[in-house]
Design a protein around this ligand. Structure first.
Ligand code: OGA
Ligand code: MN
Length: 294
């Protein structure tokens, strides 16, 4: 079955019609979807019926090795008992909505900053697959920004200036920027990683900016100068013309390429309304080197 892509914006984000990903094993169709990821950066699938195990298995089939060293695991285990399955919810172990002063809630508020998943790891996160199980009765969107267009629209002098630079990413930094405090032991587990500021897709040759709220500094520059440049680039990259907002329905699965997009959650009344999603993220390891086929 050939997937049909319906673009949601010009050259960015597409909805894919009528595919049941739980049942999808056909290598050609999986390859077509990967080509769609290279083209659109964000793919939206409606009416999926994922179980947790089914979501994990699909992620491995689609893109190989799973990311399991999440930042929040430094705060303790998650209620799903599998660190490869990120609990993107406002619900605690007992199933109650978290209080506003709950530490894990405060940690998770940083998802409302523009970021990429697992840029603080090496290898970094590649595809994130976020499955909506329970959503509030109003929009609690996730926004995505197109980092290919962000690169393409930079002026030539800036492109020359930044190509070849490296950035240190730390999950602690994005949290600390909101005033969240870690213990010394927690910080010890959150050292971060260094990645290029401009990435090249190995299949298409397309270039993209690689930014995130986790970006602490540019390695080749004095810290304040690098931070100023990172802020300017962030302002440029998150202009409205590069952004697609996804309004969640239960059963949605959205897959995004962390190496070519940024994303952020939008604020909503999270002390009142239940919102439960599950995310699996793969690592940026060549698929041919990643072991399993189903
Ligand atoms: C994520 C994330 C934002 C949201 O799942 O990685 O950043 O809207 N989510 O829940
Ligand atoms: Mn995220």
């Amino acid at each position: 079955m050939k997937p049909v892509f319906r673009p949601l914006r010009t050259q960015f984000a597409a909805e894919v019609a009528a595919i049941d990903l739980m049942q999808l094993y056909d290598p050609d169709t999986l390859a077509e979807l990967r080509a769609g990821m290279d083209q659109y950066g964000v793919l939206v699938f409606r009416d999926q019926t994922f179980t947790d195990a089914g979501q994990l298995a699909f992620a491995e089939r689609f893109d190989g090795v799973l990311h399991s060293k999440t930042g929040i695991s430094a705060l303790g285990r998650n209620r799903l008992n599998n660190e490869a399955l990120a609990d993107i919810s406002n619900v605690d172990d007992e199933g109650n909505i978290r209080r506003t002063d709950d530490r894990r809630r405060m940690y998770s508020l940083a998802n409302r900053l523009w970021h990429t998943d697992a840029s603080f790891q090496d290898p970094a996160g590649r595809y994130s697959m976020l499955s909506a199980r329970v959503v509030p009765p109003f929009d609690a969107d996730t926004e995505f920004a197109d980092m290919k267009s962000a690169w393409d629209t930079l002026d030539a002098a800036t492109r020359r200036q930044i190509d070849g630079l490296h950035v240190h990413h730390s999950i602690a930094y994005s949290r600390q920027s909101l005033g969240f405090e870690f213990s010394p032991e927690e910080l010890d587990n959150l050292k971060g990683a260094i990645h290029p500021l401009v990435r090249t897709n190995p299949r298409t040759g397309r270039r993209s900016l690689y930014l995130a709220a986790h970006a602490t500094r540019i390695m080749e520059m004095p810290v304040p100068e690098g931070r100023l440049l990172l802020r300017d680039l962030m302002d440029h990259a998150t202009q409205r013309q590069f952004v697609h907002a996804h309004a969640w329905r239960p059963g949605d699965l959205v897959i995004w390429d962390n190496l070519a997009t940024m994303h952020r959650g939008r604020p909503f009344a999270d002390g009142v309304h239940r919102r439960e999603l599950r995310r699996v993220t793969t690592l940026d390891i060549e698929l041919s080197q990643a072991a399993p086929t189903a």
